[in-house]
Design a binder for this molecule. Structure first.
Ligand SMILES: Nc1ncnc2c1ncn2[C@@H]1O[C@H](COP(=O)(O)OP(=O)(O)OP(=O)(O)O)[C@@H](O)[C@H]1O
Length: 269
């Protein structure tokens, strides 16, 4: 059975609409109008154990919404999903202990006043990580964050925050990782190190990874398979190499150009 199984997943938001101006503001007090936003429409796909799959699409395509549903933050308005046999939005404790959502835009949750070390301790308690477990030491080593342990999270740079956030999320060794723009804002060295780390984590633990990224270097390095969504729907699900091959007659066959062409015109017939 697939580790992640998604069938007809749909998420429609209801967003208030209001025209500009005082009159419209007053009218909105008594009569509020709403607009439906179909963020995710009828998505279906499966991910097997150990797969690292790129979940790609232009801004607003529905990637983060899908990630939030699969990690239990949002309740979808339609369809079904199981991850490791659990329904994510039931938010069972056993489920949340086996998955992690890591967002490049917000790598560490919780109070920013804590030191990295205190956040680790808090995380250990929250996720019942046994005392003798030496995963923390390994992660501190691998992500080179020894120097950061006694610093407050609020005082860390973006790259430092990402490394610490990753260590925190992996402390309880999740079996499924949802990585939402993990290299956002990182310099080339830091982004490269992060990619190597993710590849190694997936290989050594057999974890399944769903990754969104606008960085083609992330996708090329990590993902054999990609799922492309546009305007809330899946447009392609298959091997990255097979997609690139369909655009082989382009003058510049780099992945950036292939994606740009794909989003504009679809797959050439
Ligand atoms: N809470 C919300 N209320 C209303 N609309 C929302 C909400 N969250 C997301 N949306 C809308 O749903 C659509 C999909 O958003 P989502 O954040 O999933 O896109 P994305 O593919 O992650 O984009 P990006 O690459 O810019 O991060 C967008 O049109 C967005 O404006």
């Amino acid at each position: 059975m697939a580790v992640v199984q998604v069938d007809g997943l749909t998420m429609t938001f209801r967003a208030p609409v209001r025209e500009a101006g005082l009159r419209a503001a007053l009218r909105a007090v008594v009569h509020r109008e709403y607009r439906r936003i179909e963020a995710v429409s009828e998505l279906s796909f499966g991910l097997d154990e150990g797969e690292v799959v790129g979940f790609l699409g232009p801004n607003g395509a529905g990637k983060t919404t899908t990630m939030k549903i699969l990690s239990g933050i949002l309740h979808p308005t339609g369809g079904r999903a199981t991850v490791l046999g659990f329904t994510p939005w039931q938010r069972r404790r056993e489920y949340l202990r086996r998955i992690a959502l890591i967002r490049g835009s917000q790598p560490i949750g919780g109070p920013a006043e804590l030191t990295v070390m205190d956040s680790f301790k808090y995380q250990r308690v929250l996720y019942d990580v046994p005392r003798g477990d030496n995963t923390v030491d390994e992660l501190v080593d691998l992500l080179d964050i020894g120097e950061l342990l006694h610093r407050q999270i609020r005082a860390l740079s973006l790259g430092e925050r990402m490394r610490a956030g990753l260590a925190m999320a992996l402390l309880y060794q999740p079996k499924v990782l949802f990585l939402d723009e993990p290299t956002l804002g990182l310099d080339v060295l830091a982004a490269g190190a992060l990619r190597r780390f993710v590849a190694e984590y997936a290989k050594s633990t057999g974890a399944t990874v769903l990754l969104t990224s606008h960085s083609m270097a992330d996708v090329e390095t990590l993902c054999k398979r990609v799922i492309l969504i546009d305007q809330s729907r899946i447009r392609y699900d298959g091997e990255l190499a097979a997609l690139a091959a369909k655009f082989s007659d382009l003058e510049d066959p780099s992945l950036e150009v292939v994606m740009d062409r794909f989003y504009r015109d679809g797959i050439p017939s």
